[in-house]
Design a protein around this ligand. Sequence first.
Ligand code: PLP
Length: 380
Amino acid sequence: MHFSDRIQRVEPSATLAISNLAAELEAEGADVVDLSVGEPDFPTPENVVDAGQEAMDAGHTGYTSSNGIAGLREAIAEKLRADGLDHEAENVIVTPGAKQALYETVQTLVDDGDEVVLLDPAWVSYEAMVKLAGGDLTRVDLAPHDFQLEPALDELGDAMSDETELLVVNSPNNPTGAVYSDEALAGVRDLAVEHDVTVVSDEIYQEITYGPEPTSLGTFDGMADRTVTVNGFSKAYSMTGWRLGYFAGPEELISEAGKLHSHSVSCATNFVQHAGIEALRNTDESVDEMVEAFAERREFLLDRLDSEGVAAPEPDGAFYLMMEVAEDDQTWCEDALEEAHVATVPGSAFGAPGYARISYANSKERIGEAVDRLVDADLL
Ligand code: PLP
């Protein structure tokens, strides 16, 4: 069988590899503390589940219009306007998850040989998506700056040129938890305008922050026509398995991307879209409760690591933290899993060797247990 050059440019997902290994150990009876997962350990809010159930009962199970049902596109546009973005329902495509939104965006914007800039460490799928579109990557390393963008703006300036087609910005960030300052985003704007670059702003962790709220990149002067805002329901509303996300941008982008969307996924699941309206409009309390729980766990984990003398820049958002482990982070993570039965993700999977990503979407008891085990195994 012949496989395309594009698919052969892509590695299997490193996070998936760890999860599979952890599942194998569990199947053998091991008690694994899984700090590798990228999903909130909270149930979907009850009112959202009810809305989905009611929509299913009411027969909302057929195809919808390809870009999404009018009510959800309007609710999303309303939310985006509340964030300061000047979008109508026509500027939105609803997708089965933010991952699909990112995939469609990259496929729509990137040609063979186009240059795409990533800020490292970067979520694992960006690289694969760019490679699948035939693009070439230029990477800017934020690790020497404690994962902040503002002190790395000169390096970003060196990396960007008139040849750059696309820049991907993800704040709050997976895997670092960094939230980029307004000054950093203004710097991104200056470079994007100077070199006429389109920017994808992946804001999927927007609701999960512990300090100043992040500003949406498309609200900066000069960014409205060059920003694709991507968001989704997986993280803020604990809806990972429902598969619901979206992207929003200028109408000409929506028109072009809509072709790929209609020829590939047809539409997002009908009753899930109905539940999405409820999630956007009536979940403030559930989101606040979840973020409060994450905030406590973040404090707890930072204190524990600090008392063990482990360096880890403080995250301001999402539910991840990068801790410095060993030069060979891959081996460290394998040892952590095999010897301590603690699952983490090697930083090198995100372009940050020497670190491990810890997800604190787990109870304080289990997080504490994981730190104890890593200390006992001489891994911390
Ligand atoms: N973007 C980032 C940075 C993520 O971490 C994830 C999921 O882990 C996604 C996008 C995709 O989210 P989903 O497809 O579940 O909406």
